[in-house]
Design a protein around this ligand. Structure first.
Ligand code: BEZ
Ligand code: FE
Length: 294
């Protein structure tokens, strides 16, 4: 398109004019993404007949979202989570086969400075709560145990707070890295997590309030599994009796990730010798898919 064609543009011709400026994009995939983005954004503006005030408000919202981002806070990822984009990108990126474990969101509370702990460790670090015994196994798509898999676990306490949110606490708790044994197993003790709200003090909280949406996530234990030759799994397990399962603000619940959190009275059940309190047991088999060939 000549320079002349880029002047005197109207609402009917401006989209093609912008698209024509992208034809020189060297990276073909980048060109494809930008072209589609421009087409969709222009269509959106036309469809809702966006006003100048509304566009200014949108820019202000996005600016505020960016200004909240720091090394420890990522408001844009939270925005992607609550708009369902995080889970949609996962869905279009991974075709789930058979009973492979489904992914969920990573969330903001993963820490890579977590301690490596031996099988059976108590990762509650003495924090109060209902004892939780977790027995996991990692297998491949044929059911063969995956030994030597790295398994990160992290979760909140019984008030829905992560270690990083506990006043005065700097040392990790309720999080650890385990490595599966020859049978693909890993076990640990901790405390039972509770439901909690996603961060609501920023632009995403403002958006959620103005649309009447709940901030509450159902309780869960996060699990991230990495093993050589297999696709990474970033997932979480939810208790079947949680009242927030149907309204997860980040769309991370999958039927296959709803698990029994079996609760036993003191002196009964499979771990009766290990505690003199009421306790919870979670057992789950995680199924990995091989890295696609080529
Ligand atoms: C979480 O489960 O830790 C989480 C996920 C997405 C947004 C906020 C929290
Ligand atoms: Fe979480």
């Amino acid at each position: 398109m000549s320079d002349t064609a880029l002047s005197d543009l109207t609402s009917d011709t401006i989209t093609d004019a912008v698209l024509s400026t992208l034809h020189g994009t060297k990276d073909a995939r980048l060109g494809e993404i930008l072209e589609s983005l421009v087409q969709h954004v222009h269509s959106f503006v036309r469809e809702v007949r966006l006003t100048e005030e509304e566009w200014a408000k949108g820019i202000e919202f996005l600016t505020g979202t960016g200004q909240l981002c720091t090394a420890t806070r990522q408001e844009f990822i939270l925005l992607s989570d609550v708009l369902g984009v995080t889970m949609l990108v996962d869905a279009v990126s991974h075709e789930r086969r058979g009973d492979a474990t489904e992914n969920s969101v990573l969330g903001p509370y993963f820490r890579d400075d977590r301690p490596r702990r031996p099988d059976g460790a108590d990762i509650s670090e003495g924090l109060p709560g209902t004892p939780l015994y977790f027995e996991g196994q990692v297998v491949d798509h044929r059911g063969t145990p995956v030994a030597g898999a790295g398994v990160d676990v992290w979760h909140s306490d019984g008030d829905g707070a992560y270690d990083v949110e506990l006043p005065g606490r700097t040392d990790p708790a309720m999080r650890a890295l385990f490595v599966t044994d020859e049978a693909g197993r890993f076990t640990f003790r901790s405390i039972r997590p509770a439901s909690y709200p996603i961060p609501g003090d920023g632009t995403v909280g403002e958006l959620m309030r103005s649309t009447g949406r709940s901030l509450m996530r159902p309780a869960h234990v996060h699990v991230l599994i990495e093993a050589s030759g297999f696709q990474r799994v970033t997932t979480m397990l939810f208790p079947a009796d949680d009242s927030h399962l149907g309204g997860d603000p980040v769309f991370g619940v999958r039927q296959s990730l709803i698990t029994a959190y079996d609760t036993y009275e003191a002196g009964t059940g499979p771990c009766r010798e290990l505690t003199d309190e009421r306790y919870t047991v979670v057992r789950h088999t995680f199924v990995l898919e091989p890295v696609p060939e080529g």
